[in-house]
Design a protein around this ligand. Structure first.
Ligand code: ARG
Ligand code: ZN
Length: 850
């Protein structure tokens, strides 16, 4: 660890910057290794802040010159920036620096991807472009001149002058530096336009490399749908004359909401039926919406400091999930979100990396772009909306937008508008932002003289730095069903505020069956001992789609846990109930597909661990396989009929109806492949004219340890398409048998198309390896060792992606001594690497110290 890398930043230490920035002028003379950046910045002392030393952030910059009010000065360069003596009053700072985009493999700041210049400044990348107060509470207008020979030169805001070799851009909306963007390259656009509700004409473009033009139409449609939706639902209109989206191949994350110039990982914007699956289409639609929605929740109102990240991310995730629910199916979206929440956020919340939705300290902020900040942050907003009701929610949002437009705001500001609108005191509710860990909610019930009482107890296990937990406010949506399946109590919201609390329902003729935590009304683990008969009853009769699905999950989970711990055969109550759902044509195919979806093996390991067992990944794998085989057998007679019924005819349309049918069709094919030796899957692979069907067939075959010819054929067909090749790399590793997974991954790292420099490709192989639960955690330790080898290599190139991939190890302490010590040895080896990045050092340290 270098001496400059160990500093911890605390929320409690926040102090405002001593100056306001009135305007920023930047000139870029582009060159792959010698880009020159000139800045002219007007600073005005902030009268509300005691005088402080003038400090500008700056990293990896070669200073050419610096001047204050036109007079050259010698600033003092420090490892993280510079300091200078400045006048007491306002002044103009000018500097020129040199940077090297081509050698910037960290993909942060200004870098090159396939010959194209692009930027990623969130969170702290702008300081790698020029000297600047690189903090979100410093907001300014930007005027940018880009000089380069590239045909397309873009930056934020509206167009200014342009001519051969240069283009100027002006962004009239004050913004923090993390929203700055620049793109230059030989790009082509997919153009369109939009008229806002007040009549502003907006030019829209999706910019891509030549050859990708035919993959933009869907993204454009999603953008326009997002613009309309935000006007209709939140009354928010776009505020510039132009909105540009650019697709970039090398990108650490999904996408970035830079003002007027969103930059996307090409995997999150390019779509065509031949190359993208239904899941890809839905994800692309959601991410385009997400980045667009940031224009208000993130850009017009930004964060005071990075501890407030959930202010924009939680809210924007919440908004994009509302959008998807409105455009597609609300129950399907809710179930999918909960699967994702349990798989990623509960996992994080229950281990060494657990942190509050609003963290109180960090070493490297990039390590806090987490499922907790994003997804749990969105859940917290969902709870708030449930508690105050829709009407007050939108009133509070209107107040938030009017009061804080142009501000760098805090969670306190956010909660204040809710308190003002509703008259509620949200002090206790605020614990959701400050306390880490997933509450466990246990419930018992009693029926006597027509009165049904539910008693809840909440308890949150300790998390790093937080040994004791206070009770939280938990909105619990409950409905009651009578013995014949009729709903005798429609959904009602119980507000739990204490450690233990009872709620009663009067006047019931007989003991009801309770449907608890409907629509997953709070991000908690519900522990409810009940019979399989009751669960099957709920799967058949619950009117709440989430809990109907959840009842099937509970049956399946109980059966799998019994198989792993006692060797029991799959439970017949479960098999019967699921077979009934699968065959029930009155149910939405997408819902049936979700009921048939296996429970993740990592999720099962977490459940076993929580119940005091030491999870054995191989045993979990075996039990899951046995369960899948039994299900296929139970359904065997119906599989050909179901396969035929769920086949979608006609041209591919990526809408919810078609996607739902294809999802069920894919599940059926997977089961069929267990029964027919792969005949149907081979046939489908040959005739499929879209990627959803093609990949479903390939996956079904690979899942049965066959399909080598198809994999080769797929490669020959698609070797020229980067995004499709990522699917090819991932599928082979994800579906490999546990004992082969590390070998398959290692062999693929020797493939000519493998490169650690492209995060998508690296994740295709290693993300798939870590998601192959029994493969990654194989008792040989080969999975751990291979990942560690490559993380060490990647860290020298790209710390951000390395640190993120380290999270694969976060659950290591759950497992047996052998695995624990194998994993620990690899973590220790990573940590002892010379010049290990701050990002990876922090992650590995937290995992080891957990
Ligand atoms: N604000 C972006 C998004 O949600 C994420 C960018 C994060 N990038 C990073 N390097 N930390 O949508
Ligand atoms: Zn975001």
């Amino acid at each position: 660890m270098s001496q400059t890398s160990a500093e911890t930043i605390y929320l409690k230490d926040y102090t405002p910057f001593g100056w306001t920035v009135e305007e920023v002028h930047l000139t870029f003379a582009l060159h792959p290794t010698k880009t020159r950046v000139k800045s002219r910045i007007r600073f005005v002392p902030n009268p509300d802040v005691p005088p402080q030393e003038f400090f500008l952030h700056g990293e990896n910059l070669t200073l050419i010159s610096a001047a204050i009010d036109g007079a050259t000065i010698p600033p003092k360069i420090t490892p993280k920036g510079l300091t200078a003596d400045v006048p007491v009053g306002p002044f103009v700072w000018e500097s020129e620096v040199e940077i090297s985009p081509e050698t910037n493999t960290a993909l942060e700041g200004l870098y090159m991807s396939n010959g194209m210049y692009c930027t990623q400044c969130e969170a702290e990348g702008f300081r790698k472009i020029t000297y600047y107060p690189d903090r979100p509470d410093v907001m300014s207008t930007f005027t940018v001149r880009v000089e380069g020979s590239e045909p397309v030169l873009l930056s934020n805001g509206n167009k200014g002058d342009a001519g051969t070799g240069f283009a100027e851009w002006h962004d009239p909306w004050p913004k923090p530096a993390y929203l700055f963007a620049l793109v230059a390259g030989d790009l082509v656009n997919h153009p369109d336009n939009f008229k806002t509700q007040s009549g502003r004409d907006v030019e829209l473009n999706i910019w891509v490399r030549k050859g990708d033009e035919d993959k933009c139409a869907f993204g454009m449609q999603a953008l326009k749908a997002s613009m309309t939706w935000d006007e209709e639902v939140y009354g928010r209109e776009y505020d510039l004359d132009i909105f540009n989206i650019v697709a970039v191949d090398d990108f650490n994350m999904g996408a970035m909401e830079n003002k007027g110039l969103n930059i996307f990982n090409s995997s999150c914007v390019l779509a065509s039926p031949e190359t993208s699956t239904d899941d890809n289409f839905e994800r692309i639609e959601a991410i385009i919406a997400h980045e667009y929605f940031h224009n208000w929740t993130g850009n017009r109102i930004t964060c005071r400091d990075w501890f407030q990240l959930c202010l924009k991310e939680g809210l924007t995730v919440y908004r994009d999930s509302q959008f998807t629910s409105d455009l597609r199916s609300a129950p399907v979206k809710r179930i999918s979100d909960v699967i994702d929440l349990r798989g990623r956020q509960f996992r994080e919340d229950g281990g060494p990396l657990a942190h509050p939705v609003r963290p109180e300290s960090f070493v490297e902020i990039n390590n806090f772009y987490t499922a907790t900040v994003y997804e749990k942050g969105a859940e917290v907003i969902g709870m708030l909306k449930r508690l105050v009701g829709d009407e007050d929610y939108y009133k509070a949002l209107d107040l938030y937008f009017t009061r804080h437009d142009g501000d760098a705001a805090t969670i306190e500001d956010w909660l204040n508008v809710f308190e003002e609108v509703t008259g509620r005191n949200l002090k206790r509710f605020k614990r959701w932002y400050s306390s880490a860990g997933t509450p466990r909610l246990t419930v018992t019930d009693k029926f006597k003289d027509g009165r049904y009482t539910l008693t809840f107890k909440q308890e949150t296990p300790p998390t790093p730095g937080q040994p004791q937990k206070k009770p939280r406010v938990i909105p619990i949506a409950v409905g009651l069903l009578g013995p014949n399946g009729d709903e005798v109590q429609p959904t009602t919201l119980l507000e739990m505020t204490k450690r233990q609390q009872s709620f009663s329902f009067e006047g019931l003729a007989s003991k009801p069956v309770a449907s608890i935590l409907r629509d997953f009304s709070a991000p908690v683990v519900l522990e409810h001992e009940r019979s399989n008969a009751e669960r099957a009853f709920l799967l058949a009769h619950d009117t709440d789609p989430f809990n109907k699905w959840e009842a099937g999950q509970a049956l399946r989970r109980a059966s799998l846990i019994a198989s792993v711990t006692t060797g029991a055969a799959p439970d017949t109550a479960f098999l019967d109930a699921v077979v009934r759902v699968a065959r029930d044509d009155s149910l939405d195919p997408a819902f049936r597909a979700l009921v048939l979806q296996p429970i993740g093996q990592d999720d099962l390991a977490a459940t076993l661990h929580a119940q005091g067992h030491t999870p054995d990944p191989q045993a979990i794998y075996d039990a899951s396989e046995t369960m899948a085989q039994s299900l296929a057998q139970e359904l065997a007679d119906s599989l050909p009929r179901l396969y035929a019924d769920t086949t979608v005819d006609g041209p591919f349309v990526p809408d919810a109806t078609g996607a739902g049918k294809r999802a069920l069709n894919g599940r059926i094919l997977y089961m069929l492949t267990r029964m027919d030796g792969g005949a149907q899957a081979r046939a489908q692979f040959k005739t499929a004219d879209n990627m959803t069907l093609k990949l479903a067939a390939l996956n079904a075959l690979l899942g049965q340890d066959t399909g080598t010819d198809e994999a080769e054929n797929f490669f020959q067909l698609w070797k020229g398409d980067r995004l499709v090749m990522d699917k090819w790399f991932a599928a082979q590793v994800a579906l490999a048998k546990p004992e082969k997974a590390a070998d398959v991954a290692e062999a693929l790292t020797a493939h000519p198309l493998f490169t650690p420099k492209n995060p998508n490709r690296f994740r295709a192989v290693f993300g798939a390896l870590t998601m192959n639960h029994a493969g990654f955690h194989h008792s040989s330790g080969r999975g751990y060792a291979l990942l560690a080898d490559w993380l060490i290599k990647l860290d020298a190139l790209n710390p951000q992606t390395t640190a993120r991939m380290c999270t694969a190890f976060q659950t290591f302490a759950r497992y047996d001594d052998t695995r624990r010590s194998l994993a620990k040895a690899q973590l220790t080896r990573i940590l002892s690497t010379n010049d290990l990045s701050r990002d990876t050092t922090e992650m590995v340290t937290r995992i080891l110290e957990g």
